[in-house]
Write a protein that binds this ligand. Structure first.
Ligand code: NAD
Length: 260
């Protein structure tokens, strides 16, 4: 099989949630492809410990900076997008930061509902809004790639609060694509399936038994959970010139989970 080899040597890429998991791998693959990468996260170090993403990119010969950001705070997103002006302005905005809170709709605390929606839905809405306005003001349209999920389409046990944020990401992506097309800005999303990261650590034992990893993985036609390495190239494709006629798309990278 041949390989795609996207190059981003003249581009500045922001990756939110870039310290760990999927975002870390996405940031590193953009770094390897020559982009200047702004890694935006609440924390510098990956969740399981280790070298911060921006340092790993620099160690590999790339250019990267860490910008402490809480995506649920619009002022932080504005400061982040402004930080990219030092490198010519953002060309690719990857709105990936997200969190998981499991639990039954019957007893979830209102603060938990508000927190997950402020990070996963509001963070992506304002990440898209601020980046798009900045591109329009600089007259330099680029690409926005959001992280959706199989949960954007499919409900799973005891995670209404999470699934509803990912449903929102799907419609933020589609609606923004519709509105921003006339400005030359493309907006797409990657919808990962079950990916081995530390996101799912908040699941209750009961939920783990009923619906979590084993059962989810069992129904993956390819027979295994995915890895960040499986998912990251989809972000580079959607951000690339080769995807120039692709907008409003949700690209599932799930080993076939959603066709089951
Ligand atoms: P992860 O927990 O490994 O990484 C998430 C990163 O986001 C962390 O570094 C965390 O610090 C950061 N983050 C959390 N809240 C933030 C905030 N308010 N502001 C800035 N950064 C914040 O998880 P992951 O699995 O890599 O998840 C990345 C994205 O992928 C999320 O949007 C998640 O919903 C989505 N996703 C994950 C899976 C999966 O199975 N792992 C499946 C589908 C979608």
């Amino acid at each position: 099989m041949g390989t795609l080899n996207p190059q981003f040597t003249d581009d500045t890429v922001i990756v939110t949630g870039g310290a760990s998991g999927i975002g870390r791998e996405v940031a590193q693959q953009f770094g390897d492809a020559g982009a200047t990468v702004l890694v935006a996260d609440l924390r510098e170090e990956p969740k399981g410990g280790g070298t911060p993403t921006h340092e790993a990119i620099a160690d590999a010969g790339g250019t990267a900076e860490f910008v402490e950001t809480d995506v649920s705070d619009r002022n932080d997103i504005t400061a982040l997008v402004e930080a990219a002006h030092d490198y010519g302005g953002v060309d690719v905005m990857v709105n990936n930061a997200g969190m998981f809170i499991g639990g039954s709709i019957l007893d979830l605390e209102p603060e938990e509902f508000e927190r997950i929606h402020s990070v996963n839905a509001k963070g992506i809405y304002f990440g898209t809004q601020v980046a798009a306005n900045d591109m329009i003001e600089r007259d330099d349209p680029g690409a926005i790639v959001n992280t959706a999920s199989i949960s954007s389409h499919y409900a799973q046990f005891e995670q209404v609060q999470y699934d509803s944020t990912k449903g929102a990401v799907r419609m933020i992506t589609r609606g923004a694509a519709l509105e921003l097309a006339e400005h030359g800005i493309r907006v797409n999303a990657v919808a990962p399936g079950q990916i081995a990261t530390e996101l799912n650590e908040g699941w209750s034992e009961e939920a783990m038994e009923k619906a979590a990893n084993d059962e989810l993985v069992k129904r993956v036609p390819q027979g295994r959970a995915g890895t960040p390495e499986d998912v990251a190239p989809a972000y580079l494709y959607l951000a690339s010139e080769e995807a120039g006629y692709v907008t409003g798309e949700l690209l599932f990278v799930d080993g076939g989970w959603q066709v089951f």
